[in-house]
Design a protein around this ligand. Structure first.
Ligand code: NAP
Length: 339
């Protein structure tokens, strides 16, 4: 079979190498998945380029998000059958509640082979059923980006009908946050750095679109126009905290998601107190949250926004596209024929 690997000691696209290897056999309690589609996240750029000090010490199969079909089950596996359509679960060992102490970077990160391969072997509890309303390409976008958006919108202060949600940017997490929040009955104000993307955000159902580059005080603008956002999904990071605090309503929540920026200056935490608001970190999500998300996607007919698809042998081009400025939604690698 063919698999892509990240070679140690190199960063950038040169680290990505296509190799042949034997089809792996599932051991006790494991299943083998014939991968159909795999999707990319910004996290995969971090790993490719060695940002945030993360280095690849040993060869690893990249990417964390896949859909596929079970094509072999190991001894002792009762819950899965050959032919079942499944998704990989991003984090292992996190069933429900808060994450285990060292939740790590999920499938396709240092020490954990990922999914950019024709066949993968996973523990039986590391897969879950695919939504019945999505095809393999669409479904492959859910394990990291959609679950992160779901975790941001739920938690201790779940979004309720009639509330206001702010999203930032037009990548995978942000567009899922927009779509899921709308399905929860919220109104969404969407930020983008590119005016050309505004009409597409409005088409998806955003009430307002603001350019965060030309309106750098977007938090203040949003607050004075609306009275504040019940939920701010901060997919930028530290640099967007000051404006997130300006945007959030009294008693609202900032879901802190982003790794685009660490933050140059401390945010005005007095605002957090005077608004009695909260900031909550999000680390993708648990297996239980993932099944709740999958049910929600089926019930509400949510269709992931797929920007483009690439053939398996063109995985490098998929990485390049995912890092491009015209990203709007998800980039997917079709690992095998989709039927
Ligand atoms: N905490 C978690 O569990 C978790 C899980 C997944 C992702 N994340 C984080 O969430 C963020 C979004 O991830 P993603 O996979 O959805 O990203 P993505 O698909 O690569 O998103 C790209 C889009 O984000 C916007 N953007 C804003 N600032 C950017 C910057 N400095 N560099 C690149 N794009 C920028 C741009 O939208 P516009 O052109 O519209 O401005 C761009 O098109 C990242 O920071 C990622 O690290 C966190």
């Amino acid at each position: 079979m063919r698999k892509w690997v990240l070679e140690p000691g190199i960063t950038g696209l040169d680290a990505l190498v296509l190799k042949e290897s034997p089809v792996p056999e599932p051991g006790p309690g494991q299943v083998r998945v014939a991968v159909k589609a795999a999707s990319l996240n910004y996290r995969d750029q971090i790993l490719l380029h060695g940002r945030w000090g993360i280095t690849i010490e040993e060869e690893v199969v990249p990417l964390g998000d896949a859909s596929g079909v079970i094509d072999a089950v190991g001894p002792g596996v009762e819950e899965w059958r050959v032919g079942d359509r499944v998704l990989g679960i991003y984090h292992g060992g996190w069933i429900d509640g808060p994450p285990p102490a060292e939740v790590g970077f999920g499938l396709g990160s240092p020490g954990q082979d990922g999914v950019l391969a024709e066949y993968i072997v996973l523990n039986a509890d590391r897969v879950t059923r695919m939504p019945s309303t999505l095809d393999f390409v669409e479904a492959s976008t859910l394990p990291c980006a959609a679950l992160t958006a779901w975790s941001a919108l739920t938690g201790d202060k779940p979004v309720r009908a009639g509330q206001r949600v702010l999203t930032l940017g037009t990548g995978g997490v942000s567009l899922f946050a927009l779509q899921l929040a709308l399905a929860m009955g919220a109104e969404v104000t969407a930020l983008t750095g590119q005016d050309v993307k505004a009409s597409r955000l409005l088409d998806l159902g955003a009430t307002d679109v603001i350019n965060y580059r030309t309106t750098p005080n977007w938090g203040e603008v949003v607050h004075s126009a609306t009275g504040g956002m019940d939920k701010v999904v901060n997919t930028d990071g530290g640099n967007a905290l000051t404006q997130s605090l300006a945007a959030v309503s009294a008693g609202g929540e900032i879901a802190f998601v982003g790794l685009f920026s660490e933050g140059d200056a401390p945010p005005p935490l007095l605002v957090l107190m005077t608004k009695a608001a909260s900031i909550r970190g999000v680390a993708v999500g648990s297996a239980t949250a993932f099944t709740q998300l999958i049910d929600f996607v089926d019930q509400h007919g949510i269709k992931p926004v797929v920007r483009s698809t690439f053939a398996f042998e063109d995985a490098k081009a998929a990485y390049t596209a995912q890092a491009g400025a015209d990203v709007f939604g998800k980039i997917v690698v079709e690992v095998a024929p989709q039927s």
